[in-house]
Write a new protein. Structure first.
Ligand SMILES: [Zn+2]
Length: 243
């Protein structure tokens, strides 16, 4: 049966200050504008809202925390707290010493997601994975390799793969809270997906869910699909154990 996994990168507004190293000048300008209007457009309390919804609905989910801003809550097993680094640096571009600090497993997490999906550089593809293995992570979100600041990232619906001892779950799609259209597209893709034992991994951010209506809609629809025996909703930690 298709497994569906929802992953929330929990980082508040930290990336607004940092931007993304791969942005071109137009994207940088957009980033600066976004930073100016962030309090209107986005939500500082996105994490609390999504967390409350998941608890209420007993919805399996992974929250990937930026360690300098968030810490895990005492929760039931359907909530998985993974790590999204200490301070959201682009791992493939920083020194070994910085890397060690960024991935240090201070919350004893099993799952991981790298900022901007920068987890594998073609110059030295095993570097980040080895660092994660040392810190006892088991599973990560994955979108493909980087070459410096350029990348060949893609979405896939597939079985997890293993790279250098770390299980990698391809992102299948992503959404931010503002676009119901995207949620419908995701649900359609899940409905049409026929590959057995594949994982459909949906990613989103805490801050981009100002309008929780769409997140609630997604949770409701996925639970209905699960009830009909069409999918199995799991978090990343459960995925790691299932294999
Ligand atoms: Zn992030």
């Amino acid at each position: 049966m298709l497994k569906v996994c929802v992953v929330v990168d929990v980082e508040n507004f930290i990336s607004f200050k940092q931007g993304n190293p791969s942005w071109n000048s137009w994207q940088k300008l957009k980033g600066r504008i976004n930073n100016l209007i962030k309090d209107f457009r986005y939500d500082k309390n996105g994490f609390e809202k999504i967390y409350k919804l998941a608890e209420k609905e007993k919805f399996p989910i992974s929250f990937m925390l930026v360690g300098s801003l968030f810490q895990p809550e005492k929760s039931q097993k359907f909530i998985d707290f993974g790590y999204h680094t200490l301070s959201h640096k682009p791992l493939t571009l920083i020194s070994d010493a910085e890397l060690k600090e960024e991935v240090k497993n201070i919350y004893n997490a099993k799952s991981f997601s790298a900022p901007m999906w920068m987890i594998e550089d073609s110059e030295n593809p095993s570097r980040i994975f080895e660092a994660l293995k040392k810190q006892k992570y088991k599973i990560t979100v994955y979108r493909g390799a980087n070459n410096g600041i350029s990348n060949r990232h893609e979405n896939r619906i597939s079985k997890p793969i293993t790279k250098y001892g770390i299980q990698c779950v391809y992102t299948s799609n992503w959404f931010d809270g503002e676009r119901k259209q995207k949620i419908r597209e995701i649900l359609r893709e899940i409905m049409q997906s026929s590959e057995r034992d594949a994982v459909y991994c949906i990613t989103t951010h805490d801050f981009s869910n100002k309008n929780m209506k769409n997140f609630k809609f997604l949770v409701k629809k996925l639970k209905e699909m699960q009830k009909k025996g069409m999918i199995n909703i799991v978090n990343m930690k459960q995925l790691a154990r299932d294999r």
